[in-house]
Write a protein that binds this ligand. Structure first.
Ligand code: ZN
Length: 266
């Protein structure tokens, strides 16, 4: 009897222990689920509107040059139409980088300038050319003749086929990803505001703001250029801002700040 009672109470204890273990297991599962839910919620916070104000802009490596240099875009703003801005597609036009870096500094300090639009800014599209002070990429291709425009012409300088170069591909990727409604390319040394596509009034406003002459045509054919591709073929307002030669980035910023703000706000 005594032995039977002991055996019975041991069995009861065993049952209690198992129930407790099951309960613990359930709690662990509930705990894990809560943690997963919390994780999902926090991930949601960081991607959907609860970010701190400073994270409305971030840098992104969008590709690499032939020699493996990073091509970086600064992306500002979270909503609204996207505007694409880039410099130094020709490596011997370094003022574009300095101008766009100064512009980025101003934009970061004034987030209201992009509260209802997204800006994709690429200060240097041709880092190999910039390192060599060369117009071309390291394979000798003029990247501004390498876009898949309907007037693309295969040649040693234009590339063996459209978008054959990794630098061109990096910009194409931004066009596909952001579907910009407006494009600005910074060049030198022709000192003018040139444009392609439906950009008449925007270009005229930028010319007024900068004091640069407005030139609907650059005066020579540019097959496979970004203007041909984005402006003529895709019908995106595309501005080519040509700085004068030998202009420092600081002076360019002083002269062109208003025109760049027109591009963002027009
Ligand atoms: Zn150029």
């Amino acid at each position: 009897m005594q032995a039977g009672l002991q055996a019975g109470s041991r069995w009861v204890r065993l049952r209690e222990v198992r129930r407790f273990q099951r309960l613990l297991g359930r709690r662990e599962k509930v705990g894990r689920s809560l943690l997963i839910l919390l994780g999902v919620f926090c991930a949601g916070c960081s991607s959907a509107g609860v970010r701190p104000a400073s994270s409305v802009s971030h840098s992104e490596v969008i590709g690499a040059s032939v020699e493996g240099r990073a091509i970086t875009a600064e992306i500002l703003g979270r909503e609204g139409p996207a505007f694409l801005i880039f410099g130094v597609i020709h490596g011997n036009e370094p003022a574009g980088e300095q101008l766009l870096e100064l512009f980025l500094g101003h934009l970061r300090k004034n987030p209201s300038l992009y509260s209802r639009r997204r800006l994709v800014v690429i200060p240097v599209l041709n880092p190999d050319g910039l390192a060599r002070k060369s117009r071309y990429n390291v394979r000798g291709v003029d990247l501004n003749r390498n876009f898949p425009a309907s007037n693309f012409k295969k040649s040693r300088r234009n590339g063996p086929y459209p978008a054959s170069e990794p630098e061109t591909k990096a910009l194409m990727k931004m066009i596909r990803q952001f579907r910009p409604t407006r494009v600005l390319a910074v060049h030198s040394p022709l000192l003018c505001v040139n444009y392609d596509g439906p950009a008449d009034s925007l270009a005229a406003a930028m010319a007024r703001a900068s004091g640069y002459p407005l030139k609907p045509s650059i005066g020579y054919p540019t097959p496979g250029s970004l203007g041909s591709y984005a402006g003529v073929d895709l019908r995106l307002p595309t501005i080519t801002l040509e700085l004068p030669g030998k202009l420092s980035g600081e002076k360019a910023w002083e002269d062109l700040k208003e025109a760049l703000l027109v591009f963002v706000n027009h």
